[in-house]
Design a protein around this ligand. Structure first.
Ligand code: SF4
Length: 333
């Protein structure tokens, strides 16, 4: 069980930095033992299973153990935008968030601040608050820690980013990502099953289970196809998926690779395999609309343009229910 002492020899994620985050040392995630958040508020850009009609109660933590250079949330994950928050303040802000009627608490990039989240979850339990909790993560989680997470969380929302070790090495500096992600995902599915209920209209929001996200990267279709085959082989066609097209080059890309947006043809190639493999529960993104949801965390009041647009046109981001493949827009990568 992770207490605040865990920060003193930090091994909360696969990086195993073993640094003392309570002193001046920072590990790969770049965050000390002082919790920092960038945004706490309702977010309407997640899949309808989480957004529903009243929004997902997101808590975006600063820093990230993955450090993918193309991260669409780079302002908080790489540039560490955010503010410090005490455990008591975090509890208060989450209570205020819940008063807004959000469907769930959505912990975005939670692993490197897990001791704080654990403390918060216990406080919420003492108050009898039972709203579903979402562990919204990179897929780069220690498999042996998933059971701890599952005691507090109802839903796992992991990415599965890369199938090829070389691509993982190039993007986040750890070739072990595919192997780690598969093991972690096996645990998540074993402990929570597939996402339920499955309702693309968002009228019945999710209360439990696993949905896997995959962001298709420009020039990396082959890797995406391999991701789908791995997931199908491991979990079968019933595994709920969200296949995302929203990639946009961010400042870190211009010194490296992935310097362009995704081509529609690349995305459709991936969707073709989704169909061919017979995946039954799939969210896709409407191509070209995703910029509405590219976040700007410099706007700490509301980083999501899509949220503001939604207030003007209430039907933004609605799903088509006439197919297993549905449209959505969301921001987290
Ligand atoms: S949470 Fe941060 S400091 Fe701890 S092991 Fe992971 S990257 Fe290193």
């Amino acid at each position: 069980m992770d207490t605040f002492d865990s920060y003193q020899l930090c091994a909360l994620c696969p990086r195993d930095c073993k640094v003392d985050r309570t002193k001046d040392s920072l590990g790969f995630c770049g965050e000390s033992a002082t919790c920092r958040v960038s945004f706490i508020g309702p977010h309407f850009g997640e899949e309808p299973s989480f957004t529903g009609s009243r929004g997902s109660g997101t808590i975006f933590f600063s820093g990230c153990s993955s450090q993918c250079f193309f991260c669409q949330n780079y302002q908080i994950s790489i540039q560490h935008d955010g503010r410090t928050i005490t455990p008591a303040e975090l509890l208060t802000e989450v209570q205020v968030l819940l008063l807004k009627g959000v469907h769930n608490l959505n912990f975005v990039t939670p692993d490197h601040f897990w001791p704080h989240i654990l403390t918060l979850c216990r406080a919420l339990r003492e108050e009898g608050i039972k709203v579903p909790r979402v562990f919204n993560c990179s897929g780069y989680q220690k498999p042996e820690k998933v059971e701890d997470y599952a005691r507090e969380m109802d839903i796992f929302l992991p990415d599965f980013k890369f199938a090829e070790p070389e691509l993982a090495k190039m993007c986040m500096g750890d070739a072990r990502y595919p192997e780690i992600a598969v093991k972690a995902l096996r645990e998540m599915v074993k402990l929570k099953g597939f996402l339920e209920p499955w309702d693309v209209t968002g009228r019945r929001t999710a209360v439990r289970g696993v949905l896997v996200r995959h962001l298709v990267l420009p020039g990396q279709v082959e890797d995406s196809l391999k991701v789908l085959k791995i997931l199908h082989h491991e979990f079968g066609p019933g595994l709920p998926l969200s296949v995302m097209s929203q990639f946009r080059p961010v400042p870190g890309c211009f010194q490296k690779k992935l310097k362009r947006a995704l081509d529609p043809e690349e995305y459709y190639q991936v969707l073709k395999l989704v169909e061919k493999l017979g995946f039954e529960k799939v969210y896709t993104q409407e191509f070209g609309k995703e910029t509405d949801f590219l976040p700007d965390f410099k706007n700490s009041e509301d980083p999501f343009p899509g949220n503001r647009q939604r207030n003007q046109t209430k039907d933004r981001g609605r799903q088509t229910a006439d197919s297993n493949i549905s449209k959505n827009s969301k921001s987290r990568v």
